[in-house]
Design a protein around this ligand. Structure first.
Ligand SMILES: [Mg+2]
Length: 190
């Protein structure tokens, strides 16, 4: 038995992104994330998996404990909507601070997605990656996932994707629009 999954970027996709967020009391979910995740998990039986770069750790701006505290806060807030993230994966490294061998986990590399798929029994070709940055879409594309960019179609992230010729399956103005697309496109049998 394999699962389908919604792979999610964290900062800027699930929660507001003030930059290197480390204080759980500052976590604020973006509109419709709780409702959307609940619908997708309940109606499609998807797993929800966060795939996040957290180089603030290597930069000395935060600790592993800070990342875990923010992750826990996200799930506390999501539970108020009756849903939650099933697993959080993050990469603490950055090429400016760490050996390149360590930074293999960083998006846009596929390492964390493949690790999650192996650990959780996820079928990648039937799953989707949603994120607000070009690196999210590149990671999802390279992992064989459907991809959704939640961002401005005239913004620099989309322009960069056009430049490298990796286009998302859908560009959503917000999480609600992304949710509607997923419910429509994934509601069938593959
Ligand atoms: Mg982001």
């Amino acid at each position: 038995m394999s699962y389908r999954a919604l792979f999610l970027d964290r900062d800027g996709t699930i929660n507001k992104d003030p930059g290197y967020i480390k204080d759980p009391s500052e976590v604020e979910l973006l509109p419709f994330v709780g409702e959307g995740l609940l619908k997708i998990k309940e109606r499609l039986n998807f797993k929800a998996v966060v795939i996040s770069n957290q180089s603030g750790i290597s930069r000395g701006l935060m600790t592993h404990e800070d990342v875990l505290a923010v992750n826990n806060r996200i799930n506390t807030l999501l539970l108020m909507n009756g849903t939650s993230v099933d697993a959080f994966y993050y990469c603490p490294y950055h090429p400016d601070y760490d050996d390149l061998s360590k930074t293999i986990c960083r998006k846009p590399n596929t390492y964390m997605v493949e690790l999650a798929a192996a650990e959780m029994g996820i079928s990648l070709k039937d799953s989707v990656f949603i994120g607000d940055k070009a690196t999210d879409i590149e990671c999802g594309f390279r992992s064989g996932l459907k991809t959704i960019l939640v961002n401005d179609i005239s913004g620099e992230e989309f322009l960069h994707l056009k430049k490298i010729n990796i286009l998302p399956n859908f560009v959503a103005v917000n999480f609600e629009s992304a949710t509607d697309y997923i419910l429509k496109e994934f509601n069938g049998v593959f």
